[in-house]
Design a protein around this ligand. Structure first.
Ligand code: PSU
Ligand code: MN
Length: 304
């Protein structure tokens, strides 16, 4: 099989330890160099400090790597957007051609599941894009959440998306959307969206119980745990929403479509806000790493 687990991750999975998957598109397409590499390495460090085993996932020379080395992470950050962004439909070609590939939420879930990893921490998921009723632009992340058995911990979805439609699709596909100590869907840079999650989770132990119940019921598919950005790093909703609107307008004028949309918007928003949105983005991923690892620890806690 064209999959390689690093020895620590392989042993962790075998022994039922809290292994936490991390994606590589956030490194190559989600943040600029060198902050992308610094963030990726710090996130791994936070997973470790909380007692987990980090497994950053990407594709190197046609091999799905589950647990990249520091050097490999550095290389992903440096090569950036020149590495293809790989979704489910791209996987066979990237493997056959022995290329490099940055894994999105969808493909990180696929590889994590192949490697036996249940928990996956990231920043934000893809969803239904604004105007999707005309463009049909709905992220493959939603379909993957419907079918692949991985729990994703994120800070909700960016308001570059139509959050209301995103929730509708997740409901149709049977994906539980849970709020970590919140009843409201967080909108990435902000703690609130005006939309409700399906259920609120009071702590990591309760989150772990929901994951266990879904697996014991044999219900295929993912679970989405949304964790709001810490108050001190959250942005002013009116300001960030105005920036997002400008960035989408610019994207439409430039005729940017398909898989280029999300990376364009992420980069443009970071540019317009100076360092502010990037700093918020980094902080929310740190927070997700801490919470996600605590949930994984509860899930794998040995009952005595
Ligand atoms: N949203 C973010 N940061 C990201 C992404 C989304 O706030 O880095 C990345 C993730 O890898 C996600 C992908 O899976 O973009 C979604 O792309 P698309 O919309 O083309 O499906
Ligand atoms: Mn898309």
């Amino acid at each position: 099989m064209n999959i390689r687990l690093n020895p620590e991750v392989e042993q962790g999975v075998k022994e039922g330890r809290p292994v936490v998957a991390l994606e590589s598109t956030i490194i190559s397409h989600g943040m600029p160099y060198p902050q992308n590499v610094e963030t990726a390495l710090q996130v791994e460090q936070i997973v470790r400090e909380h007692g987990g085993i980090p497994a950053t996932i990407g594709i190197i020379d046609g091999v799905g790597v589950i647990g990249m080395t520091k050097e490999e992470i550095e290389e992903f950050g440096k090569r950036g957007m020149s590495i293809p962004k790989v979704s489910r439909r791209d996987l066979p070609v990237i493997f056959a051609k022995k290329s490099w590939g940055a894994t999105t939420v969808a493909t990180t879930m696929i590889l994590a599941a192949m490697g036996g990893v249940e928990f996956f921490v990231t920043g934000g998921i893809g969803g239904v894009h604004r105007g999707a009723e005309l463009t049909f632009d709905v992220s493959a992340d939603l379909e993957e959440l419907a079918r692949t058995n991985v729990t994703v911990i994120c800070a909700g979805a960016k308001a570059i998306l139509d959050l209301e439609k995103t929730l509708e699709v997740l409901e149709t596909k049977g994906v539980p959307v849970l709020g970590y100590q919140t009843s409201e869907l967080p909108a990435f840079y902000t703690r609130t969206s005006g939309l409700k999650v399906d259920y609120e989770l009071k702590d990591a132990a309760e989150a772990a119980e929901v994951v266990r119940a879904k697996r014991e019921l044999g219900l295929d598919g993912g679970i989405l745990i949304t964790n709001p950005i810490p108050e001190e790093y959250s942005m002013n909703p009116d300001e960030i929403n105005a920036v997002i609107k400008d960035a989408i307008h610019e994207m439409d004028e430039k005729g940017i479509k398909g898989k280029e949309c999300t990376p364009f918007l992420l980069a443009r928003i970071a540019e317009i806000t100076g360092g502010e949105s990037l700093n918020s983005n980094i902080r929310l991923v740190f927070n997700n790493a801490a919470v996600g690892t605590e949930i994984a620890k509860e899930y794998f806690r040995k009952k005595v």
